[in-house]
Design a protein around this ligand. Structure first.
Ligand code: C2E
Ligand code: SIN
Ligand code: SIN
Ligand code: FE
Ligand code: FE
Length: 428
């Protein structure tokens, strides 16, 4: 037996003879696979050896196993894209979206670390988010478009990768990062939106197993999703920023107008601001929503903007007005309305300039509105305005005391003023 049979089969023969049962084993010879059967022959001290070429069957089984594996991988990867999609639609917060992109990349791609570098106006790709790094080296990443592997990926808008970054001929520039993190292979997928570069998605591996073609395609797919997310989040942030900036500029412009107005009206500086602040305090006390407060603020600042059109002889007259002068003075809410109605930003602030001289009992002007037909903002503002007017010197009279003024306002509840607002005012 020793001379005839390779030694690794001796135990198969012995097992078959001792147990009296068929014993099998598979062997590879070159590119072929054979199944051997050691068949004991009853009553004899030998076994028959049968061999069958099972190469095809084994190949089919392997393919099946592989394709099941890759079907599972594909499914997991599709689910991951879906997860990223949901992250995109449920949040426009760039940081959260990038975190989701990176964690899916790590879970599904068998890579050790991943990072997003975003491009700036000067074509520098700089670190924006990362996962899987052991050190802070990655955060120092600053690569110019066109430079090195990552820069090439960004320039050519294509996936680029290096199987062994330690090869000096590759010219990977962030050697400090590689050393600190012990990375071996590197993949860079461009982040592109409508043909323009947003940045790159980088993946790093510490072992030398490469990502296969399907995994690389998946990296590109994730980069595609990430690009949409980044674009959306950027748009949103830019919009929000420019809207906030615009509002800020606008509000400062308004405050400039108001200063000019107060100067002309001979009011002490800060009068209008004081009325506006009192209006907001009172509005909060009666439960006006945060969204409305901005409109109230601007409306209050501008309440007497229509007085710009009233001639000095009337506006600054030291005594009582004639009927004709009074008729002109009472147009100031109309002037305000005419001036502001076409400014979209101020449309919702119009209630106060237009209706601040309406009275609860309907005896006010310009429309003679009654009770809750008067916009709430105007009802609130009227109390603040009269309080402040009466406690200030006017060309036509001296300031009243606080006590006299409060008593007057209480007396006017249900006549000039909304009783609920007066109650809230007196309770402040
Ligand atoms: P204003 O001086 O800012 O006054 C705003 C509102 O506070 C007045 O609206 C009025 O409701 C109340 N108020 C102010 N001073 C007095 C007062 O001495 N007694 C009483 N009971 N209430 C007072 P109104 O009456 O619609 O007046 C609108 C604007 O017309 C005033 O704004 C002021 O610029 C002007 N005005 C009103 N009366 C006179 C006047 O007798 N002489 C002059 N030169 N201007 C007047
Ligand atoms: C870098 O390594 O810092 C960028 C260039 C490259 O990817 O080789
Ligand atoms: C309202 O105007 O709708 C209620 C609030 C108030 O009148 O004080
Ligand atoms: Fe007024
Ligand atoms: Fe006023």
């Amino acid at each position: 037996m020793g001379e005839l049979l390779p030694t690794e089969w001796h135990s198969n023969v012995e097992t078959a003879m001792q147990s009296g049962e068929i014993n099998t084993t598979d062997i590879e010879i070159g590119s072929k696979v054979f199944s051997l059967a050691f068949v004991p022959i009853a009553g004899n001290d030998y076994v028959n050896l049968y061999g069958a070429d099972i190469t095809k069957r084994v190949q089919t089984e392997n393919r099946l196993r592989d394709s099941e594996q890759s079907a599972r991988d594909r499914l997991r990867r599709l689910q991951a894209l879906r997860t990223i999609d949901q992250a995109i639609t449920s949040t426009l917060n760039l940081e959260e979206v990038l975190d989701s992109v990176l964690s899916e990349t790590l879970t599904l791609l068998d890579v050790d670390a991943a990072a997003v570098l975003l491009v700036d106006e000067d074509d520098w790709l700089t670190y924006s988010a990362g996962a899987g790094f052991n050190t802070k080296e990655i955060q120092r990443s600053m690569v110019h478009v066109g430079e090195g592997i990552s820069g090439k990926s960004a320039q050519e808008l294509e996936l680029h990768w290096v199987e062994d970054t330690r090869d000096p001929s590759i010219g990977f520039t962030r050697q400090g990062l590689l050393r600190a993190e012990k990375f071996v292979s590197y993949y860079a997928a461009p982040l592109v939106s409508r043909g323009s570069l947003l940045g790159i998605l980088e993946a790093y591996k510490r072992d030398s197993n490469q990502l296969d073609e399907e995994a690389r395609e998946f990296l590109v797919a994730i980069a595609g999703q990430a690009s949409i997310a980044i674009e959306d989040a950027k748009l949103f942030t830019n919009l929000a920023t420019s809207k906030a900036e615009l509002e800020d500029t606008y509000d400062r412009t308004l405050e400039g107008w108001v200063t000019a107005l107060d100067l002309r009206d001979n009011e002490t500086a800060g009068h209008t601001r004081r009325v506006s602040e009192m209006t907001l305090g009172l509005a909060k006390a009666v439960g006006v929503s945060e969204d409305e407060l901005g409109h109230y603020w601007r409306g209050a600042l501008l309440h007497d903007v229509g007085k710009m059109a009233i001639p000095d002889e009337i506006l600054l007259k030291p005594g009582a007005l004639t009927d004709q002068e009074w008729a002109e003075m009472k147009k100031h809410p109309y002037y305000a309305y005419e001036w502001l109605k076409n400014l979209g930003y101020l449309r919702k602030a119009l209630d106060i300039p237009y209706a601040h001289h309406e009275k609860w009992d309907g005896s006010g002007y310009p429309q003679g509105l009654k009770q809750k037909n008067i916009p709430l903002g105007a009802r609130i503002f009227a109390v603040a305005d009269v309080y402040d007017a009466l406690t200030s010197d006017r060309p036509y009279r001296k300031a009243w005391t606080r006590e006299k003024t409060l008593k007057y306002i209480a007396d006017e509840s249900g006549k000039h003023f909304d009783p609920e607002i007066v109650a809230a005012f007196l309770a402040l």
